[in-house]
Ligand binder design. Sequence first.
Ligand SMILES: NC(=O)c1ccc[n+]([C@@H]2O[C@H](COP(=O)([O-])OP(=O)(O)OC[C@H]3O[C@@H](n4cnc5c(N)ncnc54)[C@H](O)[C@@H]3O)[C@@H](O)[C@H]2O)c1
Length: 397
Amino acid sequence: MERVRFGVIGLGNIGLHHLSYFPELKNAELTAICDIDKRKLTELRAVRDFDHATDVGSLGSEVATFTDYGKMLDSGKVDAVLIATPHYFHPEMAIEAFRRGIHVVCEKPVAITAREAREMNTAYAESGVVYAAMFQMRTDPVFMRIKEMLEDGTIGEIRRVSWIITSWFRTQAYYDSGGWRGNWTGEGGGVLMNQCPHNLDLFQWFFGLPRRLKAFAYLGKWHDITVEDDVSVLMELENGAPAAFITTTGDTPGTNRLEITGNNGKLVLENGKLTFFEPEAPVQKILEESQQHFYSVKPKVIEIEVESKDHGHKYITQNAINAILENEELIAPGTEGLKSVQLANAMLLSGLRDKTVEVPVCEDEFDQLLEELREHERKHSPDKAFDWDAYLNRLKD
Ligand SMILES: NC(=O)c1ccc[n+]([C@@H]2O[C@H](COP(=O)([O-])OP(=O)(O)OC[C@H]3O[C@@H](n4cnc5c(N)ncnc54)[C@H](O)[C@@H]3O)[C@@H](O)[C@H]2O)c1
């Protein structure tokens, strides 16, 4: 194979963004698009969250159109698919692609539950294809630099982590706009499932999965919604270090501050700026050997230079193409998508059942919780519940 023939499934906000950079990709061509909503296959669409519009109508007749993703997979027109539908469909679509030997780039979160994400990994393992997850924040030079500093020993053994990520403010109008987002039946979660998957992926990429965690999670604390909009978590990392993760869609101005204290110093990321506070000696050595009771020697403050370079979705897709054609190592292997889902599920289970939860999360326990939340929503907040069958049938008509 010299060029990878790609199909994009789901032409909403992010699907159209993916279409927009296809002409810039090397060794790939867009050969098919699919959306259950047939109007999306022809209309000019402006993308709200991204600063551009994609004219689907201008793609040309050589790009085949499908309303049924199964027919796209069976058409012989695609070697790879980029799944950009609501998360609810990711597992089924990815597994069907794996079964047919079709490579997959899957949007985040790869699934709503750890069970489904694990089933995707099992199907992938039997397929021999490439499976990448759209965790494009891993291509951001700031996060790449942090990863480097963690791995090259600059920061040293982790003593403490804190990530306050409350800059996800959403208004009631956002939630009132309806649809599949922001409810248990449609999206399967709130801030952890919609806004935080990238943060949770970066967290596990940097520090690995924690051994256990305890969360406080609130459903509709600030908004008239059924899902969680405020979560504070304490975790215990593999080496015993504590880590805090605090998020909400209810604060403005919000904060995005990641603080990593290691034995060699403290790294802080805030407002896109990376600063390293380096003590005169490793922290544990000072603690054990200094004769000062209230040690007050100021650390060296180092502004960490971060290379400025283009990054984002396009680079994850190009990386997947290179992996298919040249075995390039994946930046974000799809199988790792399970880990951020594990974290989100464990946090919710802990917060809502009010108990400490071991990671990996017990799939049965989480599935039961989600089923209860969905049932409760259908019964007590039918105006907020989303019915996938009705949605699919309406669009098929
Ligand atoms: N990586 C990122 O930065 C990023 C950003 C935004 C969204 N996302 C993810 O992308 C996914 C889609 O989000 P969105 O905001 O584009 O949603 P959206 O609702 O704007 O678009 C989804 C599209 O999928 C289509 N669709 C739904 N069911 C389908 C089916 N069964 N078959 C074919 N098409 C179907 C819909 O008609 C719609 O056009 C979500 O999982 C979301 O989390 C990722």
